[in-house]
Design a protein around this ligand. Structure first.
Ligand SMILES: [Cu+2]
Length: 176
């Protein structure tokens, strides 16, 4: 009887271990579910900017729920007003179109001047493009694929630097 119980426990624990290994492998194979970026003026394109502004972006991707839960903070921006913040489709050192609003448009709150703290959720309805670069409105999975491939950046736009004052490339855990 005791031997049988030990055997059962052994089977159960090996199943749990297998599931754990499977999950970790799966998450890695899919590029991870957490991404982040440090934002500064030097990352701006085509010309780097020297600004006191800085920021941080982090997000968690939930494939099943089709959501990206994010937090964005920025501070010491030199522009007096902050127009908008977005996720853009574009490799490092290149400019690309807007994919989703973080503040200042869509159903997201207005951006606060010079410094701000925002949390929010991007779902399929928040993906507005860029259609010209292959992400049509609502193509949530296309945006997620781009994020996992390092081909997106967060950008905060001010009145002083309308094309962006601070920027940072989104990257997953373990690389960059
Ligand atoms: Cu933008």
């Amino acid at each position: 009887m005791k031997k049988l119980l030990t055997k059962k426990l052994l089977v159960i624990s090996s199943i749990i271990f297998s599931l754990l290994v499977f999950t970790v492998t799966w998450v890695r194979a899919n590029g991870g579910n957490t991404v982040q970026a440090q934002l500064n003026g030097y990352e701006e394109t085509p010309s780097s900017l020297s600004t006191s502004g800085q920021g941080h972006f982090s997000a968690t991707i939930d494939d099943a729920a089709q959501t990206i839960t994010y937090s964005l903070s920025y501070s010491n921006l030199e522009g007096a007003t902050t127009n908008a913040a977005h996720i853009h489709l574009g490799q490092r050192r290149t400019s690309g179109g807007v994919s989703a609003f973080l503040c200042g448009g869509g159903d997201k709150p207005p951006c606060t001047p010079t410094s701000g703290n925002f949390t929010g959720v991007i779902d399929a309805a928040d993906v507005i493009g860029p259609a010209g670069q292959g992400i049509a409105a609502g193509e949530f999975n296309e945006l997620v694929r781009a994020i996992r491939n390092g081909a997106t950046y967060a950008n905060v736009h001010t009145n002083l630097y309308p094309s962006g004052e601070v920027r940072g490339q989104l990257s997953g855990d373990g690389h960059e």
